[in-house]
Design a binder for this molecule. Sequence first.
Ligand code: DI6
Ligand code: FE
Length: 392
Amino acid sequence: MAIDTIWKNARACGAGAPVDIAVAGGRIAGVGPGLTASEAEVVDCGGRLVTPAFIDCHSHIVHGGDRTAEFEMRLEGASYEQIARAGGGIVETMRATRALDADGLVAAALPRVDALLAEGVSTIEVKSGYGLAIEPELDMLRAARRIESLRPVRIRTSWLAAHAMPPDAAGDKADYIRDVAIAGLNAAVAEGLVDAVDAFCEGLAFSPGEIEPLFARAAALGLPVRLHTEQLTRSGGALLAARYGALSVDHFEHAAPEDIAAIAASGSVAVLLPGAFYMLRMTQAPPVAALRAAGVPMALATDCNPGSSPISSLLLTLNMGAVLFGMTVRECLDGVTGNAARALGLREETGRLAPGLSADFTLWDAERPAELVGRAGLNPIHRRVFRGMPDG
Ligand code: DI6
Ligand code: FE
């Protein structure tokens, strides 16, 4: 295919000399010094830093309402679990989410989406999980899909009906998994709404045994799984996730050595979420050194949600990954590019500057990668390119 554009004189992380990026039909045709093509438009990047466009691989960005009242309650001493058990928490957001239709959910989400795009994000994973009944869960993923037609962004969806027990559930947790999480999954798949299946494996949510039938159904449908697990307590969910070859295990603060060994063997990505750790003022950080030693790929994501992580900044998340979790600059940036792509099953589509992949990259008014991680509150973006098309 003919080269459309050559982005000349950009500085890639780790590369000494500036490189050029050739784009054809929205995909990267070549990366290297001195590229030329007679017909191509040439854009001079002026020696700016270039990264693959960022990927937020774990978000609950589609939801209704606001829970800053609970934030204030926590400041006064209530715990996240106490608020949840008293009928607040996820169930509070369920009420606000059910009050909106898919268009209302899109409108509520767009300011948060725009905040991410303004920081060079081009792929966002969006979960259901605040409808907690079939129709409102479907509406959340319909809204997620709709965002893709309204903004230059790639959306990947996860079916997270197994997020919490709704107060109006007819039976016990096993019944809810069968009648809502699995029955709704079948309907959502029929509508083309689902890219992966997720669940919240936690004392106050669902146990590995309760989640297993849902994962079995996902496997039968050919869908990848991922799991919120070992966040507030050790639930044993990582072992379940590893048995199902999960794309990722997410949170992972309370992981035990056998959990790390299991996900190292299954090839799952550990998606670390420092926003929730920070907002909940947790003290046990995920075992980054052990993950590193075991060769487990680590990703970083916002976990953007109204309760435990009301954060719409991936740049701030990079900074927290470094300061709170002890990740290196390189690990932080891999965590929102290549490893985040892997957590979404998109390794051959985005997240790297390599021929054949989607031309998704961001130019920064920065000289060193550390400038994107080691500062907070300053967004040095110059230009974002998605599928070969620059913003603006
Ligand atoms: N991700 C989640 O899904 C839960 N915690 C987390 O980090 C709960 C989100 C919420 O409080 O609404
Ligand atoms: Fe989450």
